[in-house]
Design a protein around this ligand. Sequence first.
Ligand code: R5P
Length: 291
Amino acid sequence: MLSVTVIAGKASEDLAKRLAKKLKADFISSDLRVFPDGESKITIKAKPKKGKVVIVNSTCPPVDSNLMQTLSLISKARQYTSNIVSVIPYLGYARQDREFLPGEIVTLSVITKLLKAAGASKVIVVDIHSQIGLKHFDIPVKNISAVQELVNHFKKLKLKNPLVVSPDLGGAVRAEEFAKFYGTDFIALKKQRDRKTGKVEIMTSNLDGVKGRDLVLVDDMISTGGSIVKATEFLKKQRCRRVYVACTHALLIDNAEKKIRKAGISGIISTNTIPGSTSIVDVSGIIAKAI
Ligand code: R5P
């Protein structure tokens, strides 16, 4: 039988451990030293066996450092095997998947080239920002949805007449999938983001059908919290009941969590693609199934 070794990057240690347990695989952790100039020096604590090596590391903040560490781990594993699965639970740069303004660089396509050049034979990601991102890979890539796992959590919360809401039209398909598993309906708001300043505005005007209902705002990620705060302020004006947030990747930059709670959110539920105070839903099971 093919031996499987899971190597944990520093951004995803706990998730990698859980994954190794589910796969009954060997587990190797890594040591990290960051030099005063910001360079990362990463060391694996043991040699992987020949066979399949699974490297788990999210490229969450500090994004470029975690990316460099992921590439370094892949390149180290390449000394032992050519069967390398790079699991990047949260893929940073996934929002840079097209040229929105003239002259912009589609950085995601640079990253996919780097992953291949370092030696990855397959990449697994969880809830990539948009399906367009997958087109930039020319090695096998699998995008896993955490929606069912998030819904399983929400089913335990006993919300009142829940309605699923996407804060923008781009997330409508995700909200629809969430609502289908949840057994309820969904709507998508119209959001506009200034491509230069990043400022967000909700363009939807009055809404029927949210009054008195508990809402679940579903998004792939929360970064600064701007989208969720604007959507919540709008939805509260429509006299909804409680508002919860379900997201896969909670980056929660600076004091995003505080801002979101101040806007009147009753609960933020995210997955452990990024470890943090809201990462309640474990995705190791769905990743294990995909390996
Ligand atoms: C955008 O389309 C994404 O799906 C998220 O809504 C967005 O990236 C969240 O960013 P922020 O929390 O900074 O508004």
